[in-house]
Design a protein around this ligand. Structure first.
Ligand code: URA
Length: 433
């Protein structure tokens, strides 16, 4: 078998066999197939797609490209969650501690920013000292002893995904249902939890722009999860605007902490409660209404906040940066994005806001770019809000003044303003199980 033949086969729209997919995944993981051939292969998949069989074989090949985590020494049903990626999506930082503080172990391996979307690992690393590179033993020990660990993929967990994820990020091949499903489910199956809640985002800031595409992705991932013997459900949630008001790593940690203190923006709180309730429900904690009340109580009584602090201490982070979020990294410069017209914000292009944040330093343009933890933006206005000419829509944060001008260019026309009042869109759009 030759990599070139497989690239040509997929380029010509033909179906690959299980052996061919395994050959490609193993060869790329071992470094025998170079980045340029893998890039061409990904682009062929991007344009010609994979059917359900090919997606299952890709998931299987990626899952078996490395080690798997055995959580069987931990009693109870272990749950995991994963978002397909969005802008301002800091739900893991809230939901993980909420669920763990309700007595359900959370074993979560997260990723870094991808394209215009942020990644939990980059966010957590904005907490001074916080370690995300736990060994497999440390990961399991933390879940066992304190009920939660959120870490990067351990060295040899789904290494094929680790390499392909970074390559897709810089080759314009992220937004493909099969590649996303295989990437997420290979990691989720390898990381050992019994139950998985997926948050499939849809809208301008998501990889799936339409509800129909999001539903198709959700169905595929739920079927892969359930087929592998894990209880899997997916919520489809709105990403046609950023979630919450803050975008950027330290800014998002700070906002997640606000929610855990019973404050913070209502949209973020609503999605977090719904995700947490579903995680508690599939872990057998009771019916969904009861599980919602458990999640609310964990926030009100601050048990979830205390759980986050415990996790931060355990993973080497400075708990003072959580108790007082003004101790998180802060950008040197501020710039304001202002409205030119009066009216009501009708649409906010979340993808553009994500790219503007990336330019400010919150994300990567190239594989090895270093993130500025303090960069990003704070939205003072969201869809349905009234704005006047010259009023600030967002405050941009950056450590490099030149980047602010570039980000402001990207933000031009990123909102549309209506002269008549606008209705708020619902956030929870569907559930697939
Ligand atoms: N999150 C992942 O882990 N992989 C993707 O491909 C997209 C989002």
């Amino acid at each position: 078998m030759f990599a070139l033949d497989l690239i040509i086969k997929k380029r010509n729209g033909m179906k690959l066999t299980r052996e061919e997919i395994k050959y490609f995944v193993d060869g790329y993981t071992r470094g025998e197939i170079p980045d340029y051939q893998a890039s061409a292969f990904l682009m062929a998949v991007y344009f010609n797609g994979m059917d359900t069989d090919e997606t299952l074989w890709l998931t299987e090949a990626m899952l078996h490209s490395g080690d798997t985590v055995d959580l069987s020494c931990i009693p109870g049903i272990k749950v995991d969650k994963h978002s397909t990626g969005g802008v301002g999506d800091k739900t893991t930082l809230v939901v993980g501690p909420v669920v763990a503080s309700c007595g359900v172990p959370v074993a979560k391996m997260s990723g870094r920013g991808l394209g215009h979307t942020g990644g939990t690992i980059d966010k957590l690393e904005s907490i001074p000292g916080f370690r995300t590179n736990l060994s497999r033993d440390e990961f399991v020990r933390n879940v066992k002893e304190i009920g939660i660990a959120v870490a990067g993929q351990t060295e040899n967990l789904a290494p094929a995904d680790k390499k392909l994820y970074a390559l897709r990020n810089v080759t314009g091949t992220v937004e493909n249902i099969s590649l996303i499903a295989a990437s997420i489910m290979s990691k989720k199956l390898a990381s050992g939890s019994d139950a998985i809640v997926l948050d499939v985002k849809t809208g301008s800031g998501a990889f799936m722009k339409t509800f129909e595409e999001a539903e198709k992705l959700a169905r595929l991932m739920v079927d892969i999860g359930n087929g592998a013997g894990r209880r899997t459900v997916a919520l489809i949630t709105d990403m046609d605007r950023p979630l919450g008001n803050n975008i950027g790593n330290a800014l998002e940690v700070s906002e997640a902490v606000q929610v855990l203190k019973g404050q913070g923006p209502e949209d973020l709180r609503e999605v977090c409660i719904e995700l947490a309730a579903n995680m508690l429900h599939i872990a057998g904690k009771g019916n969904i209404d009861f599980c919602r009340s458990l999640a609310v109580e964990a926030i009100e009584k601050r048990t979830a906040l205390n759980k986050l602090i415990e996790m931060v201490i355990r993973q080497g982070g400075d708990p003072k940066a959580i108790e007082d979020t003004s101790k998180l990294p802060k950008a040197e410069y501020r710039a304001e994005w202002k409205s030119e017209k009066p009216g009501y914000i009708e649409k906010m292009n979340a993808e553009r806001l994500g790219y503007a944040s990336l330019i400010l330093g919150a994300g990567r343009k190239k594989k090895d770019d270093i993130i500025d933890p303090s960069a990003g933006m704070e939205l003072l206005k969201k869809p349905a809000d009234r704005v006047e000419p010259g009023e600030t829509i967002a405050i941009l944060h950056t450590s490099d003044q030149a980047r602010a001008a570039e980000a402001l260019d990207i933000l031009e026309n990123a909102v549309s303003i209506s002269s008549v009042p606008v209705q708020k869109r619902p956030l929870i759009l569907g559930k697939v199980q």
